[in-house]
Ligand binder design. Structure first.
Ligand code: PLP
Length: 498
C-alpha cells in the first residue's frame, strides 16, 4: 500500500484508499475536507502503538514538547493567548477539570471556596462544582418575557454579588450563550480583578472568537483567567475536540497535572490529527475564509425577514443586554404572530432543515458554510414553514399560554456535592414541594437548570415544568412522559443538614 506521512502527528495517510463512499466535490470546502480526512484516517483509529506519539501524555516526555506541545503552541498563537491546551473529551471535561480541580488549588478556601455561577451554566459546570465540593452563589440572568430571551450577565450584577459576598473567589459565566450573545468580558474581568476573584468563561459556543474576523474577541485576551471552547461545534475536529485557553501560568500548570490525572492516557491520534488539520484550515485556509463570510450572511438574512413574514424579525445582541454576538447564531423573534419556535422547528424539519432550537417565541438557526449560497432556499423554507404553522394552527393552546418566567435559582445550604452524593428517593412530582432536589432539572430549550442538586422545590418549579412541557419543551432530569412523573429528592436527614 502506498503511504505518506503528511500530518504533523506523523500519522501515515493511505493514498487512494477510502472507507466511505462519497463525492467530496459536491460538498462545501469544510465538509469535503472533513470527509476526505475521515476516509483517509479512519482505518488508523486510536489504539495503535506509535512511537512518535509517546510524548502525547507524558509517557517518556512532557506534554509541552512533541506533537501535542506543538499543536498547543499553534492554537495559542492563532488565538493570541499565552496558553492553549487541546482537549479530546469534550468541553465538559475541560470545564470539569478547570473549575472542579484547578480552581480549588488556586483559591484560598480550596474545596470550601465559593463560586458565583451563571444560571445559564452547562451541566458540566455543575459537575465541576460537585467534584470539588465548592459552594455556589447563583448569578441569575434577567429573563425578558416579552422577547423570550435571557439577558447576558453584567459587570454591574457581578460587582453587586461580589460586594455582598466577599467569600466568592471564582466567577464562572457562559459566554457566548446559546443564542450567541456575548457578555462584556473586559468590564467583568476588571470587576473580578478588583475583588481578587478568578474569572472562568465557558465559551463552548465561541469557536471563532478571536480567531476569525467579524467574530467577538477571545475572553482570555479580554482579561478572563481561562476559557473553554468546543472546537467540534464548528466542525474543527471530531466530536469531543475542545480547548482550554488561559493567561495564568499557575492555572495552566495545575491544569496540565490535573488533565493527565482526569482525562485519558490514550488520546485519540485520529481526533488530534483531524483537529490539527482543521484548525490549520480554519486559521490559514479556505475553511476560515468561509467562516469569515458568515457575518455577511447573517446581515443579509436579517435584512430579509419581511420575505418570511412582515412581523418576524431577527434579535440582536442588544435585545439580550449584550454589545456583541457570535454572528453564526441567527435568532428569529416570532412572538406576535401566533406560532411558536417549537412548531417552526418541526415545520422546518419537514423541509429538511435542522434548526438548532425553538422556544415559545424564538427560533435559533446556526449558520455554517454549508448555507453559503443557499440564502434564497432558506428564506423560502422559513416562509413556507410560517405558512404551514399558521394554516394548521400547530400550536396547541397558543392563544391561552403565555411565555413564563423561569424560576430563579436560590442559594442552598446543601452543597451540590452533598446533594448529589446524599441518599435520595423518588417522590411524585406533584407532591414534591418543600423537598430538596437531588438532581439537576432543566427544560430544553434553553437547557439551563431551574433546579440544581440541593435546591428546594417550590410551586413555581412545578408550574414552570408543566407549562413548558405543554408548550413543547423537553424536561431533563425527570421522565415527564409517564402518567405520574417522579423526582429524586434527598431523604429528610440530609435535607436537614444546616
Ligand atoms: C455552554 C456549553 N458548555 C459546555 C458544553 C459541553 O460541551 P461538550 O459536549 O463538548 O462536552 C456544551 C454543550 O453543548 C455547552 O452548550
Amino acid at each position: 500500500m502506498n503511504t505518506q506521512t503528511s500530518l504533523d502527528y506523523g500519522i501515515p495517510v493511505f493514498d487512494n484508499q477510502t472507507v466511505l463512499d462519497f463525492d467530496p466535490s459536491n460538498a462545501d470546502p469544510a465538509s469535503a475536507l472533513f470527509l476526505s480526512l475521515f476516509a483517509q484516517l479512519a482505518p488508523l483509529d486510536a489504539s495503535i502503538s506509535y512511537g512518535a506519539l509517546d510524548t502525547l501524555v507524558e509517557q517518556g516526555g512532557s506534554i509541552h514538547h512533541g506533537p501535542m506541545g506543538q499543536f498547543n503552541q499553534q492554537i495559542a498563537e492563532a488565538a493570541a493567548v499565552p496558553f492553549a491546551r487541546i482537549g479530546f473529551m469534550g468541553t465538559s471535561s475541560v470545564n470539569e477539570s478547570a473549575l472542579g480541580h484547578v480552581m480549588p488549588q488556586l483559591t484560598k478556601a480550596g474545596d470550601k471556596s465559593v463560586v458565583l455561577l451563571d444560571s445559564a451554566a452547562h451541566t458540566s459546570l455543575l459537575a465541576a462544582i460537585a467534584i470539588s465540593g465548592q459552594t455556589v452563589v447563583w448569578l441569575n440572568r434577567r429573563y425578558d418575557a416579552d422577547l423570550d430571551v435571557q439577558n447576558v450577565p453584567t459587570a454591574c450584577a457581578i460587582e453587586a454579588a461580589l460586594r455582598l459576598n466577599p467569600a466568592i473567589e471564582t466567577v464562572a459565566i457562559t459566554s457566548p450563550d446559546y443564542n450567541g450573545c456575548v457578555a462584556d468580558i473586559a468590564a467583568i474581568s476588571k470587576v473580578c480583578e478588583r475583588h481578587k476573584a478568578f474569572l472562568y468563561v465557558d465559551g463552548a459556543w465561541g469557536v471563532g472568537c478571536g480567531i476569525i474576523e467579524g467574530y467577538p474577541a477571545n475572553p482570555v485576551t479580554l482579561g478572563a483567567t481561562a476559557a473553554s471552547v468546543s472546537f467540534h461545534k464548528k466542525g474543527i475536529g471530531l466530536s469531543q475536540t475542545s480547548c482550554l485557553y488561559s493567561r495564568n501560568a499557575a492555572f495552566t500548570t495545575h491544569y496540565d497535572s490535573q488533565s493527565l490525572d482526569h482525562f485519558t492516557t490514550s488520546p485519540s491520534y485520529l481526533a488530534l490529527g483531524f483537529a490539527q488539520v482543521m484548525h490549520t484550515e480554519l486559521t490559514h485556509g479556505e475553511v476560515g475564509d468561509d467562516w469569515a463570510r458568515i457575518p455577511d450572511l447573517h446581515k443579509s438574512l436579517a435584512a430579509r425577514t419581511a420575505d418570511i413574514h412582515p412581523k418576524i424579525w431577527v434579535l440582536g445582541p442588544q435585545d439580550s443586554g449584550a454589545q456583541t454576538a457570535d454572528p453564526s447564531h441567527l435568532l428569529f423573534y416570532l412572538g406576535d404572530i401566533g406560532i411558536s419556535g417549537f412548531d417552526m422547528v418541526s415545520a422546518m424539519a419537514q423541509l429538511g432543515y435542522d434548526c438548532e432550537k425553538g422556544t415559545f417565541k424564538t427560533l435559533l438557526i446556526l449558520l455554517s458554510p454549508s448555507l453559503l449560497g443557499q440564502e434564497e432556499a432558506l428564506i423560502k423554507a422559513l416562509h413556507r414553514s410560517v405558512k404551514t404553522c399558521l394554516n394548521r394552527k400547530m400550536v396547541t393552546n397558543h392563544q391561552t399560554l403565555r411565555a413564563i418566567n423561569p424560576p430563579v435559582l436560590k442559594n442552598s445550604s446543601v452543597t451540590i456535592r452533598n446533594a448529589k452524593r446524599g441518599r435520595s428517593h423518588n417522590v411524585p412530582l406533584k407532591t414534591a414541594c418543600g423537598h430538596i432536589c437531588a438532581v439537576s432539572i432543566a427544560v430544553y430549550p434553553p437547557g439551563t437548570p431551574i433546579l440544581a442538586p440541593g435546591s428546594r422545590i417550590e410551586t413555581s418549579h412545578l408550574t414552570y415544568l408543566y407549562t413548558m412541557q405543554r408548550m413543547g419543551g423537553h424536561v431533563s432530569g425527570i421522565d415527564m412522559t409517564t402518567e405520574e412523573p417522579v423526582i429524586a429528592v434527598l431523604k429528610p436527614s440530609l435535607s436537614a443538614v444546616p
